[in-house]
Design a protein around this ligand. Structure first.
Ligand SMILES: NC(=O)c1ccc[n+]([C@@H]2O[C@H](COP(=O)([O-])OP(=O)(O)OC[C@H]3O[C@@H](n4cnc5c(N)ncnc54)[C@H](O)[C@@H]3O)[C@@H](O)[C@H]2O)c1
Length: 251
């Protein structure tokens, strides 16, 4: 972290994309990291990559309350109380509302919203003197992007959930903040966006490009750190200007 480097940060979805880059950046700063990810294959890959580092990588589905509690108690045994949590575990679909079944809608809310809530609560139970939580929302949680009825609802929910937690837990030494990225080049987005989607999105972003995972990780590390000690309940939008813009200027 940029200051107060000691600590133990749990990163969900930490075996891929934004979570992976965040976990690596934390490790670089001397922070002990626990990665929780539902993909056993991705956990094996990251364990190999990080052999010898202060890291615990566990296969864990964030929608499973008992599994999360068990993994966290293992993590606390290894590295002590939790001082930070980054909720990157997430799934996305890009489908019109009329083709979105209730099952898909529930599944996306379950992982992105309920899963984030479950890990927030579990880390509260295992926290040190202070706890800094960063939850991943999305530009689709603040703007009504077509094809994102379930994903957008889940990410809008992450914002309000985080703000209620920031309110209720602030007096206990817990800060809860949100980052809301626009499109970022990760495995999630390469599975989701076609070449045409990329053209449409890029044309709508003032910076005319997708974000990089390290640009999101930098903001996450700042919000986790003591440099952000009075920031609580904030939504940091990182989208190249997408969600604040109307008609774009010609080049
Ligand atoms: N990439 C983007 O453009 C973008 C934009 C805005 C927000 N986000 C959000 O950022 C977060 C990280 O996205 P990413 O692009 O790095 O995705 P990614 O697919 O590269 O990584 C997500 C990880 O979450 C894990 N995961 C999925 N379901 C899980 C579950 N039930 N329990 C535990 N782990 C689970 C996956 O196995 C994967 O390793 C997500 O919440 C995503 O919605 C991404």
């Amino acid at each position: 972290m940029t200051s107060g480097a000691a600590g133990h940060v749990v990163v969900t979805g930490g075996a891929s994309g934004i979570g992976e880059v965040t976990a690596l950046a934390l490790i670089d700063q001397g922070v002990a990291v626990t990665i929780l990810d539902a993909s056993a294959a991705a956990i094996v890959r990251i364990e190999d990559r990080l052999a010898g580092e202060d890291v615990l990588a566990l296969t864990c589905d964030v929608t499973d309350e008992e599994e999360v509690a068990e993994c966290l108690s293992q993590a606390v045994d290894a590295f002590g109380p939790v001082t930070g949590l980054v909720n990157c575990a997430g799934i996305a679909r890009d489908i019109p509302a009329e083709k979105t079944s209730a099952e898909i809608f529930r599944q996306i809310l379950d992982v992105n919203l309920t899963g984030s809530f479950i890990t927030c609560r579990a880390c509260l139970d295992q926290m040190g003197d202070t706890l800094s939580i960063v939850n991943l929302s999305s530009a689709s949680g603040i703007r009504a992007n077509a094809g994102r009825v379930a994903y957008g609802a889940s990410k809008a929910g992450v914002i309000l959930m985080s703000q209620v937690l920031a309110n209720e837990w602030g007096a206990s030494g817990v800060r809860v903040n949100v980052v809301a990225p626009g499109p970022v080049d990760t495995p999630l987005i390469s599975n989701l966006h076609t070449i045409d989607d990329r053209k449409r999105w890029t044309a709508q972003i003032p910076l005319r490009r997708y974000g990089r995972p390290d640009e999101i990780a930098d903001a996450i590390l700042f919000l986790l750190s003591d440099q952000a000690s009075y920031i609580n309940g904030h939504v940091l939008v990182i989208d190249g200007g997408f969600s604040s813009s109307g008609i774009l200027a010609g080049r």
